[in-house]
Write a protein that binds this ligand. Structure first.
Ligand code: DAH
Length: 366
């Protein structure tokens, strides 16, 4: 065996025996480093005679390749072993319950939206959505609120400048209610339709019970033979589940909305207890009173026709509820503005555990 072959066997053996990455790095420097033994041999190549270069040349190159490959192999196996050792000591039990100190909580508005969706899902309603930047046709015109209608002025609408009009020339605005989702749903789906549409709405209005942005949930049912009995039963069933009590009494009071005919405002009986309104009981009973909770009615046949359905074939009911308002009522907050202040102390006090999702079986707000 030549001296170079012997050196190769020695170095490859040393590399294979290296116990750790530091030793291996030492061997790399000692062989392939600037002053390394293999590097030194490579440097002698220039001074070899043509004859020597023919035999020693390939041997020296073979030595460098063998050492380089042995170093790479050993490095990979030492790194894999180091990772295995690390994984064996650093255990993470994914089945442990999350820390009770988990930061962050679910905002009451999100909680109530989840509760509402859960209750209506059980009644067969899907959740529909629409854009917050809406056009005036879907927000007003299609809902039977023509340009000259006083309801347009009543909505304190935030309009976009006219140079931002939609492709079809419609004026753009921040939707003033979730009712345009009714229009979008009737135009894109065929009955039977059963949807709720929770979301943000905007009106230029601000005091203790009004903020420029607030939340509503719209309900819409379109099918054959729908009547007000269906509306009343649905609302009663929803409110009993939402307030988690059976003694919910409703009063349907004749009202007017352009998009429903007939229209009814729905009042619920309540009692003042410790400075707080507690829902339940007949509003006409001793110590009780009525409070307005939501707007509703049978979908106006003009609206059904505007959305491309035949009002002689299809009827339906709709309702709109203020989410912030029912959240305040259920969970006892008295200033709506605090909902949107972003105060962490308020969020910690009124917020909900992110890990407890509302379910009917588990108790809706348990
Ligand atoms: N869109 C109404 C509002 O914002 C609420 C409403 C009333 C919605 C009656 C309805 C309804 O769907 O039938 O004041």
């Amino acid at each position: 065996m030549s001296d170079i072959e012997a050196m190769k066997a020695q170095l490859v053996g040393d590399i294979a025996a290296a116990a750790d990455l530091d030793t291996l790095e030492g061997l790399r420097v000692a062989t392939l480093g600037k002053a390394g033994s293999v590097t030194a041999l490579l440097k002698t190549m220039g001074s070899l005679s043509t004859e020597e270069r023919k035999t020693r040349g390939p041997e020296i190159h073979g030595l460098r390749e063998a050492v380089t490959a042995a170093l790479a192999d050993k490095k990979a196996s030492l790194e894999a072993a180091a990772l295995d050792a690390k994984l064996a000591t650093e255990t993470l039990d994914m089945t442990l319950p999350a820390s009770a100190r988990a930061a962050g909580s679910i905002h009451p508005v999100s909680q109530v939206m989840d509760e509402v969706a859960e209750i209506f899902a059980d009644l067969g309603f899907a959740v529909a959505t629409g854009p917050e930047i809406e056009d005036d046709w879907r927000n007003f015109t299609a809902l039977n609120i023509p340009e000259t209608h006083p309801a347009r002025a009543m909505h304190d609408t935030f309009y976009f400048p006219e140079d931002r009009n939609g492709a079809d020339g419609n004026r753009m605005l921040l939707r003033t209610h979730t009712s345009p989702v009714q229009v979008r749903t009737m135009m894109s789906e065929t009955p039977p339709i059963r949807i709720i549409a929770p979301g943000r709405v905007y009106r230029s209005d601000s005091d203790a019970t009004h903020t420029p942005m607030f939340h509503q949930v719209e309900g819409l049912v379109i099918d054959r033979g729908i009547h007000m009995g269906h509306l009343k039963w649905t609302l009663e069933t929803f409110l009993k589940a939402f307030f988690e009590r059976d003694d919910i009494v409703l009063r349907l009071r004749p009202s007017y909305f352009p998009f429903t005919e007939p229209s009814a405002e729905v009042d619920v009986g309540y009692k003042q207890e410790k400075g707080r309104r507690v829902v339940g009981g007949n509003g006409d009973a001793e110590g009780h009173a009525w409070m307005e909770l939501l707007g509703s009615g049978m979908v106006n046949r003009h609206v059904i026709a505007n959305c491309g359905l035949d009002p002689d074939e299809y009827q339906g009911f709709a309702f709109g509820i203020g989410i912030d308002r029912i959240a305040m009522l259920k969970y006892g907050m008295d200033d709506l503005r605090a909902f949107f202040d972003g105060d962490l102390r308020w969020a910690a006090h009124y917020g909900f555990n992110p890990l407890s999702v509302p379910t009917l079986s588990g108790g809706i707000s348990a």
